[in-house]
Design a protein around this ligand. Structure first.
Ligand code: G3H
Ligand code: 13P
Ligand code: ZN
Length: 328
């Protein structure tokens, strides 16, 4: 059944586990997540970005998720809008039947400039008021996602250049988080603790002062009833990078967020863990391998099968590591 994010994350908090939220764009990714959840009996959060809606088109995206609900009627599924950049995007998602939306007011509507606290509060509050009236959950974001290794923010404007951000700017402030939640009444809050989006997060395996896991506990203590969300949580497995390189890909050395650090985060109060890049890497590695090893093959089903199996393997591993087994 379709459930709200509040329902799933409340259950996760009561039972001390964290839920991966996987991004979906196509049938193979939806299949991989549902098959993995089915295998380990885990609840599901599937999320779609604005880019996903652009890629698949609204009806195809909506029906893929509806297909998942129909094919696996026993698994609770949250259909979540990832990084809604305006109240209008969130409203469109709700109209599509999404049971949860992220109003990301940490950046202005152009997705580039850092927004003021007041702007962020205003847009998030607006979405929460409307969404809650019809049982839809809301995730907000406070802070600028970015790397403490390079002191640069995630996005492309001034704060996206190396050395342009301070440590204070790159970490969510616990007092401000309390104020934000009080004013907006959001259900979940994405926080900045040194992670960033995409495959190129760190140039070496991150250590304690590069990933501020301690900050999670400080924020959690201030807003115990608001579920914390960790974006940019791909682990960028080295074996997947090696597979991509071995079969003709060109990816430079890079490191993600180690699974054990995410597990620490969950112990400190993280309940939703956003993962997109790891699935992309797994599928690309499998497709590259298949096509190199089977140069005469041309039926897309032949290479998409190992691709979706590779994605499923990542999902199963994250469900197990985050404590979701048997929680559906
Ligand atoms: O937060 C970003 C997600 O990884 C989605 O990425 O905008 O390329 O679909 P996308
Ligand atoms: P990754 O790029 O680390 O997979 O993060 C995805 C994400 O945060 C989606 O909102
Ligand atoms: Zn994100």
């Amino acid at each position: 059944p379709l459930v709200s994010m509040r329902q799933l994350l409340d259950h996760a908090a009561e039972n001390g586990y964290g839920l991966p939220a996987f991004n979906v764009n196509n049938m193979e990714q939806v299949w991989a997540i549902m098959e993995a959840a089915n295998e380990v009996n885990a609840p599901v959060i599937m999320q779609a970005s604005a880019g996903a809606r652009k890629y698949a088109g609204e009806p195809f995206l909506r029906h893929q998720i509806l297909a998942a609900l129909e094919a696996y009627p026993h698994i609770p599924v949250v259909m979540h809008q990832d990084h809604g950049q305006s109240p209008a995007v969130c409203m469109a998602a709700i109209r599509s039947g999404f049971s949860s939306v992220m109003m990301d007011g940490s950046l202005e509507e152009d997705g580039k400039s850092v927004a003021s606290f007041e702007y962020n509060v205003a847009v998030t509050k607006k979405v929460t008021e409307l969404a809650h009236a019809i049982g839809v959950s809301v995730e907000g974001e406070l802070g600028v996602l970015g790397s403490l290794e390079t002191m640069k923010g995630d996005k492309e404007d001034g704060h996206g250049a190396e050395g342009t951000m301070t440590r204070d700017q790159l970490l969510t402030d616990p007092d401000q988080a309390a104020d934000f939640v009080k004013q907006t009444n959001c259900d979940a809050l994405a926080i900045a603790i040194g992670t960033s989006h995409g495959a190129y997060k760190f140039t070496k395996k991150p250590t304690g002062d590069i990933l501020a896991i301690d900050r999670i506990a400080e924020i959690h203590a201030r807003i115990p009833n608001t579920h914390l969300v960790m974006h940019g949580s791909s682990s960028v497995p080295q074996e997947l990078l090696e597979e991509i390189r071995q079969f003709g890909g060109d990816m430079k050395e890079t490191y993600g967020v180690p699974v054990e650090e995410i597990v620490k985060g969950i112990k400190h109060g993280v309940r939703k863990v956003n993962i997109d890049t790891d699935i992309r890497l797994a599928m690309t590695g499998a497709v590259r391998r298949y096509l190199v090893e089977n140069p005469a093959k041309f039926d897309p089903r032949d290479f998409l099968k190992p691709a979706r199996e590779a994605a499923k393997k990542i999902c199963v591993a994250r469900y197990q590591a985050f404590g979701c087994e048997g929680q559906a």
